[in-house]
Structure formats: structure tokens, C-alpha cells
Ligand binder design. Structure first.
Ligand code: 13P
Length: 257
């Protein structure tokens, strides 16, 4: 973290978990546990159908609501899809784009990720852009090339003034839901590389101000060490974000000086 230059953001990604009623229950529990002073922004990204319940439940808690996906067209014959304007209108602030599960199971590509980033920015949302390598790619030694490609293609055509609203999340696929966290050194190496990539594209001042998260089996026991890395400005948390006490413990780790 480096709070002098950029926001620390702790975001939960609920994936396909919890009903609207469970969303309300989670918020009530979270409210009793949240620290009063938060030096980090807290975001909860929920399934699309739970967004109205989440907006209502987190209203007085300084917790922003995020979506887990968005379609890139503004409106039209796209059965089952949700537009950025629809999310914005509900009060959504953040949207996860290009999560590896969407790339793997729903055919998302660097091209569609880029279109979604533009659509989200156009609507005034804050995209959380996910990048990350598979185990095979890591073992082939092509992690950095792949990350550079994902970052550059996600940000293609995004002007500097809009980049301020983007968050980048480094999520090594082999660490997601596996209990196998990247070491702080591995995570820091890639997050620093992402910042360098942004610097080459947009210059030092903007690169210094962008929030870069780590995601992949982040939990209370490893959060402090990961967040102690200067280029890791928060977390995108799956499993541990489903339990209010674990989520709060990660928020507390981000609250340390
Ligand atoms: P886990 O924290 O469950 O590994 O999930 C990480 C993730 O994919 C967040 O987007």
C-alpha cells in the first residue's frame, strides 16, 4: 500500500453466491463488525440480481456496491445482458471486468474486456480490470509478457483522465479458490510490473496514482503481508469475502499503518 499516492481498496467478489435475503443478513453482520475509521475503501461486488438489495443494505455503511460483469453495448437485443447504464442507475460504483472465470467459462477475450472497460467508463463506473496468468503460463516463463498484453489491450484507447477511475487486479489463476496464495514476493513482482506497464503508457504521475489489487486466496492470515508490499494497494477477495468476520479482518489488515 502507499496511501500517500493512491487509494487502498478492499473488494469482495461474491461470484455466484448468496441470495438477496442473504445479502441483507451479511450487511447486518458486517455493520456490527466494521471498524469506525477505515483507511481503505470497501467494496462488495455481488451477483446482478442482488444489486438492489445490496444498495439498500449497505447504504449507511460507507461500503460501495459493485457488479461482477457488464455488457458493452448500451441497449438492444442482447437477451440476458446488463448494461453499464443499468448498473449506474441502480447506484453501482464499481464493476469487475475480465475476471478469469469469465474468460474461462464465458468466452471473454482481451477485445471484449477492452469494450467493457470503455462502456463502464462511459457510464461513469469504476472498472476493476482483472489480469493474471495460468500455472502453465507461469511455468513457461511468459507471465510478464501475458500481463503486459492483458493490461495494454484492456486499456487500449482509454484516455488518461479516465484511467484515474480504473483499478487493476492481479489475480494469478492458479491462486484463485485453490487456497494456494502467491507469495508476497510473487504478487509484488507482478503488481510492480503492472505499474511499470501503466507508466510506459501514461507516465509516472498517473502510474503512481492507480490502485493495483492482488486477488487469489487472500485471507486474514496472509492479507497483512501482501498489503505491506508498496505496489499492492488492496485485495479482490473471493471465498473470504463471503464471511463478514473474515472480510473485516482483511479490512483491518488494510487499516494498519
Ligand atoms: P478466492 O479469494 O476465493 O481465491 O477468489 C479470488 C477471486 O477470484 C476474486 O476475484
Amino acid at each position: 500500500m502507499n496511501r500517500r499516492y493512491r487509494k487502498t481498496i478492499i473488494a469482495g467478489n461474491w461470484k455466484m453466491n448468496k441470495t438477496a435475503s442473504e445479502t441483507k443478513k451479511f450487511a447486518e453482520e458486517l455493520k456490527t463488525l466494521l471498524p469506525k475509521a477505515k483507511w481503505c475503501d470497501v467494496v462488495v461486488c455481488v451477483p446482478a440480481v442482488n444489486i438492489p438489495a445490496a444498495i439498500k443494505a449497505f447504504k449507511d455503511m460507507r461500503v460501495s456496491v459493485g457488479a461482477e460483469n457488464v455488457f458493452y453495448e448500451k441497449s438492444g437485443a442482447y437477451t440476458g445482458e446488463v448494461s453499464a447504464d443499468m448498473l449506474k442507475d441502480l447506484g453501482v460504483k464499481y464493476v469487475i471486468i475480465g475476471h478469469s472465470e469469465r474468460r474461462q467459462y464465458f468466452g471473454e477475450t482481451d477485445v471484449t474486456v477492452n469494450k467493457k472497460v470503455h462502456a463502464a467508463l462511459e457510464a461513469g463506473l469504476h472498472p476493476i480490470i482483472c489480469v493474471g496468468e495460468s500455472l502453465e503460463q507461469r511455468e513457461l516463463g511468459i507471465t510478464m509478457e501475458l500481463i503486459a498484453l492483458q493490461v495494454k489491450s484492456a486499456l487500449a484507447g482509454v484516455p488518461a483522465e479516465k484511467l484515474r477511475r480504473c483499478v487493476i487486479a492481479y489475480e494469478p489463476i492458479w491462486a484463485i479458490g485453490t487456497g494456494k496464495t502467491a507469495t508476497a514476493e510473487q504478487a509484488a513482482e507482478v503488481c510492480t510490473f503492472i505499474r511499470t506497464t501503466v507508466r510506459h503508457l501514461y507516465g509516472a504521475r498517473i502510474a503512481r496514482s492507480i490502485t493495483i489489487q492482488y486477488g487469489g486466496s487472500m485471507k486474514p492470515s496472509n492479507a497483512a503481508e501482501l498489503l505491506a508490499q508498496p505496489d499492492i494497494d488492496g485485495g479482490l477477495i473471493g471465498g473470504a469475502a463471503l464471511k463478514p468476520d473474515e472480510f473485516v479482518n482483511i479490512i483491518n489488515a488494510a487499516n494498519q499503518e
